[in-house]
Write a protein of this length. Structure first.
Length: 255
């Protein structure tokens, strides 16, 4: 399921996959048509984890950025009255390669290798706004998280045709999640958002908490805040605990 430190890097840096959409405000909820929004965002997270042997693993956002090939994070959100649906997806490609030289029995040997990790993570589901009290609305959510990781490791030593390594592995993890999301209007432009969820299935347990703010325009909003995501995996996997924390920033378009 979890493959180790390199896959920890791919998994955790991409876990901005958890839902980042926000409910339409109490002022502009429509009961006769669907309201849609799309958001692009970035999560500058640091990563912590624990290996099966109890060793701690720490990766900074700078470490992730140094090995990043490409990433795309986005959310689609739909509301009609008190009913909501959401889909969040993250694609991440991290890779590194290198060459080196050494001596074996007095002979110079050249070696090269590369690691490429691709992840697709999505969170999707629906919910219902069960409370509107003054300027605050609360929405209950239920859904699922899906994680796919593709790992490719290649290495060669000298010109030996059989001296190379070529490893390809794919892993899939499904978790069911339930959560709650809140929004408090501070003014016509400013609002605070809150989000928390818990779940499990493919992992032993996962939870997330997020506190954010948004500044609204006629076309959408700028969003920012802080998010923490935590995973507990099986005790027989190389990585047994994973936590991802950091600030996020995004832009949302309404249509």
């Amino acid at each position: 399921m979890v493959l180790g430190k390199k896959q920890l890097l791919a998994t955790a840096s991409a876990l901005g996959f958890a839902w980042s959409g926000s409910a339409a405000t109490a002022q502009d909820v429509s009961y006769d048509r669907w309201q849609w929004s799309a958001e692009l965002y970035a999560w500058g997270a640091d990563i912590g984890g624990t290996t099966r042997g109890g060793r701690g693993v720490e990766l900074s956002f700078g470490d992730i950025l140094d090995n990043l090939n490409f990433t795309l994070m986005g959310t689609i959100f739909a509301r009609r009255g008190d009913t909501v649906f959401f889909f969040d997806g993250v694609y991440l490609d991290i890779g590194n390669s290198g060459t080196g030289e050494g001596r074996i029995d007095g002979v110079d040997i050249a070696a090269s290798g590369s690691v490429d990790l691709e992840s697709f993570i999505s969170t999707f589901g629906g919910g219902y706004t069960f409370s509107r009290n003054g300027n605050t609305a609360w929405t209950g959510l239920i859904g699922a998280r899906y994680l796919n990781m593709e790992t490719r490791i290649r290495a060669s030593v000298g010109d030996a045709p059989r001296g190379g390594i070529d490893i390809n592995r794919s892993d899939d993890i499904w978790d069911a999640v339930i959560g709650i999301q809140g929004e408090t209007e501070l003014s016509d432009r400013w609002a605070l958002t809150y989000y928390a969820d818990v779940g499990g299935g493919g992992s032993d347990f996962t939870w997330q908490a997020k506190l954010g703010a948004q500044y609204r325009y006629d076309w959408g909003a700028l969003t920012f805040g802080y998010r923490h995501l935590d995973f507990d995996f099986d005790s027989d996997t190389p990585i047994t605990e994973l936590d991802v924390s950091g600030p996020f920033v995004g832009v949302r378009f309404n249509f």
